[in-house]
Design a protein around this ligand. Structure first.
Ligand code: SAM
Ligand code: SF4
Length: 456
């Protein structure tokens, strides 16, 4: 059926959810709903949820909860809970949100339109948390293109079967399955034709891309994407340390569009914690992988994910994690306090750590990393980095006004994923500009285009 009206899609969580929300918006557009950024205008509201940590889950309930009053005034409004919390809660979601119309699990996207029809024709409450071995495919169209958005996420695989003991992903996203490489190449070609210059390929463990299906490997997929005209940069996440192959290391080294940056989540620096997490590698193996990588790509930027306060993590285990940070010197980290998820095995592990202690460890870890992030940024002062321009910079540097009347302060990212601000008269979104770094701050760099006059 075709309807008229506005759709508001709210995304909580990871990059994969951002990508999924774009697909949900595409479905809504094919049913006649126009995308809006104004929640008050909406005739259908979709909250695409995340259940990785307790806080994200609560955010979903609180967002949808506020529609109780709005629905009283606007009874035709359709409310939808999509994604991981929907998959996890199923019909239990109605207990906390009685005014919810549709619970759309992570593998139910292909049936979303049918459920909207059902609600429109008077059906109360639809729940779809069926599993599916198929990946929903929808190619981007003009409704998704935005000339100001030159960087996009592209999911290449879904699900996970690593079963890390803290993690809900295998339970809410299903078993691992990979997209057909032809579809991925077609999608990225369309994105490139619409002006996209950078893609980030997404999967829970990109190293096992295509293995089950017996198709091409991840490094081979990277080589295919490297050939697409118009794409300047390729990033990917996430690479699992236990499966990081030499072929992938060579691909990072040899394929010119693959960025010189690797996100390699370690989670903990303690072997006993890694074992309990079921990560499938030791601290020593992780360090050796980094050594292999640095041998081939000496300037590579590294980032990681870490969890503190996993059940039974002792002070010494935590110090092992702190020491790993000192040993590797990551460019940046994402650190989390362990969050107990009832569907994951670690919820039942003994010796859960007190919340205050977890927070204390998290703050110590972040404070230590801050020093390395700043040090890594300072090491770049005087160097020239190629920056892909993303737009005007919101923040102006002190004294910026004095350096030139016609200059805009622009912003972009280096290959190593550092935010770089710089003044320019001519730079446009999507340009690649060489910037000489003049100053380093904890979370960004500042410089000026090479060849231009000195600004200070
Ligand atoms: N597949 C990726 C991997 O294995 O590295 C990670 C995907 S997960 C969506 C992103 C990050 O969330 C993880 O790397 C982990 O650090 C964190 N995370 C997952 N479950 C968590 C939990 N129960 N508590 C705290 N952080 C968690
Ligand atoms: Fe979760 Fe582990 Fe799978 Fe990553 S690899 S999604 S942390 S189960």
């Amino acid at each position: 059926m075709k309807y008229s009206g506005y759709a508001y899609v709210y995304t909580i969580g990871c990059q994969m959810n951002v990508y999924d929300s774009e697909k949900l918006a595409l479905i809504l557009s094919s049913y006649g709903f126009e995308k809006t950024d104004d929640m008050d205008k909406a005739d259908i509201v979709v909250c695409n949820t995340c259940s990785i940590r307790h806080k994200a889950e609560e955010k979903a309930f609180s967002f949808l909860g506020r529609f109780a009053k709005i629905k009283k005034k606007k009874p035709h409004l359709i409310t939808v809970m999509a994604g991981c919390v929907a998959q996890q809660e199923g019909k239990k979601a109605f207990e906390r949100i009685p005014h919810l119309d549709i619970v759309l699990g992570t593998q139910a996207f292909s049936r979303f339109g049918k459920h909207i029809d059902a609600v429109k024709s008077g059906k109360l409450r639809v729940v779809d948390i069926e599993d599916s071995s198929m990946i929903y495919e929808a190619m981007p169209d003009s409704t998704c293109f935005d000339e100001n958005k030159i960087s996009r996420f592209v999911t290449i695989m879904q699900g996970c079967e690593n079963f890390c003991t803290y993690c809900v992903v295998p339970y809410v996203r299903g078993r691992e399955r990979s997209r057909d490489p032809e579809k991925i190449v077609e999608e990225i070609t369309l994105l490139a034709e619409s002006g996209v210059r950078e893609v980030t390929l997404l999967g829970q463990n990109v190293n096992s891309y295509g293995q089950k299906e017996g198709g091409i490997s991840f490094p081979q997929l990277l080589a295919r994407i490297n050939e697409i005209n118009g794409i300047y940069r390729i990033r990917f996440a996430t690479s699992h340390p236990k499966d990081l192959s030499m072929d992938l290391i060579y691909a990072i080294r040899d394929l010119d569009k693959v960025c010189n940056h690797l996100h390699l989540p370690v989670q903990s620096g303690s072997n006993q914690v890694l074992k309990k997490m079921n990560r499938g590698y030791t601290r020593e193996k992780y360090i050796n992988r980094i050594y292999d990588l640095k041998k081939q790509c000496p300037d590579i930027a590294l980032s990681t994910d870490m969890i503190v306060g996993f059940p039974s993590e002792s002070k010494n285990d935590f110090y092992d994690t702190m020491n790993l940070l000192r040993e590797i010197e990551f460019d940046s980290i994402f650190a989390f306090a362990y969050s107990n998820r009832s569907s994951a095995p670690a919820a039942k592990f003994p010796n859960q750590i007190d919340e205050k202690e977890k927070l204390d460890r998290l703050n110590q870890l972040l404070a230590l990393q801050e020093q390395y992030t700043e040090k890594k940024n300072k090491d770049l002062v005087g160097k020239v980095l190629e920056v892909l321009v993303e737009g005007k910079s919101g923040k102006k540097r002190d004294g910026f006004e004095q350096i030139g009347k016609n200059l805009e302060q622009m912003t972009g990212r280096s290959e190593s994923n550092k935010i770089v601000h710089f003044p320019s008269e001519h730079a446009k979104i999507g340009d690649r500009i060489n910037i000489r770094i003049k100053d380093a701050y904890p979370h960004s760099l500042w410089g000026h285009p090479v060849g231009d006059c000195e600004y200070r």
